[in-house]
Design a binder for this molecule. Structure first.
Ligand code: PMP
Length: 362
């Protein structure tokens, strides 16, 4: 028998591993591995989700009108420049399906999000990694990685898994330095958490161009990861392409309803931001006090580098898991001396600090 043959590149993919939520023998698990919010879903989003139950026999609105109009109003951008997707993961795949093929190259930052190389390889194209400096995306390295075969450059800002960011002027320098015809995707999944004056989510760079797209998600501060909702703000030419490639009902009805409601849950969003600011500073300081290197983060997670290297990470991870605390290992990035911690509730963060204190100090 001859088995069906997958397309070129597909078997080269290292499958994406999410943070697993089970530890044998441990009943109470705290999942601090996927940068979800510890605040739960937006209450307004949850209410809209509940109200949808009676409509489950209907297809969702294929043009996502209510949500796109809500986004347009919220961000002051035209609704016709918005395309929604089944999580921003799907949009990354749609972008590659639309603009990348066999023999092409896609540039991304060294510790950039794993979906970029995965979606690239799924098209039979080559992911090209640009080295980072001090765990931060390096515009010069990104520009140097571009060749005539480059179709897309992905930049996460702030970066995941490092939590660092590049300034608005650096972002502009990147765009200005890219050749015409190269699509720049600015993935601003964690933008809502950043409070630095020189940060830009890149949205002001889209209007007037035909080659720049900003990617956003409802999975992080909005607390709707389970519903799978992402979106792109893009020029008309790119919207026209993405709308041809996406499935007709790619965004489910619950996501559309909950997303539109969560968007204006202003008080709850502010509470989430305040919690993150306070915990990021508190947890970061406590970990540093234990001799762990903590990469300065503006997002809702911290990359920790253990002075004792991979061996110490193994021990720390085992101790954390025994306490029911699931963090993200960084071996997939070659950072075997690191663990990434998503900010949790005060109680969860306390538990992380106490467990690591016991592990390191005995
Ligand atoms: N981009 C970045 C940078 C991320 O960290 C994530 C989630 N880990 C995503 C995109 C995907 O998010 P979602 O598919 O849930 O919208």
């Amino acid at each position: 028998m001859t088995a069906p043959k997958p397309q070129p590149g597909i078997l080269d993919i290292a499958p994406y591993k999410g943070g697993e939520a089970a530890v044998p023998g441990v009943t109470k698990v705290h999942k601090l591995s996927s940068n979800e919010t510890p605040m739960g879903p937006s209450p307004k989003g949850m209410e809209a989700f509940r109200q949808l139950a009676g409509e489950l026999h209907r297809y969702p609105d294929g043009s996502v009108d209510v949500l796109r109009n809500a986004l347009a109003k919220h961000y002051g951008i035209p609704a016709e420049n918005i395309v929604c997707s089944n999580g921003s993961d799907e949009m990354i795949s749609l972008i590659c399906a639309s603009y990348v093929g066999v023999g092409d190259e896609v540039v991304y930052s060294q510790y950039g999000f794993m979906m970029y190389p995965i979606a690239t390889q799924a098209r039979g194209a080559t992911p090209v990694m640009a080295k980072e400096k001090n765990f931060t995306s390096d515009v010069d390295a990104l520009l140097a990685a571009v060749t005539p075969k480059t179709r897309v450059v992905f930049l996460t800002n702030p970066n995941n898994p490092t939590g660092t960011y590049i300034s608005g002027s650096e972002l502009k320098r990147l765009r200005d330095g890219l050749p015409a015809g190269v699509l720049l995707v600015i993935d601003a999944a964690y933008a809502e958490y950043v409070s630095r004056n020189d940060y830009s989510n890149g949205m002001e760079m889209v209007a007037g161009r035909d080659d720049t797209l900003v990617l956003r998600t409802f999975s992080k501060i909005f607390g709707l990861a389970a519903l799978r909702l992402g979106w792109a703000y893009a020029p008309a030419n790119i919207v026209a392409v993405l709308n041809r490639v996406r499935g007709p009902f790619n965004v489910n009805a619950a996501a559309q309803a909950a997303g539109a409601a969560a968007l204006d849950d202003t008080a709850w969003l502010q509470k989430s931001r305040d919690h993150n600011d306070a915990e990021l500073a508190r947890v970061g300081a406590a970990l540093k006090g234990l001799g762990i290197e903590v990469v300065p983060s503006v997002a809702n997670f911290l990359l920790m580098r253990f002075p004792g290297g991979a061996e110490q990470v193994k021990g720390a991870d085992a101790a954390l898991r025994q306490a029911g605390l699931i963090l993200r290992g960084m071996g997939g990035y070659g950072l075997t001396d690191c663990l990434r911690l998503s900010i949790g509730t005060v109680e969860e963060d306390d538990k992380v600090i106490a467990t690591l204190t016991k592990f390191i100090k005995g």
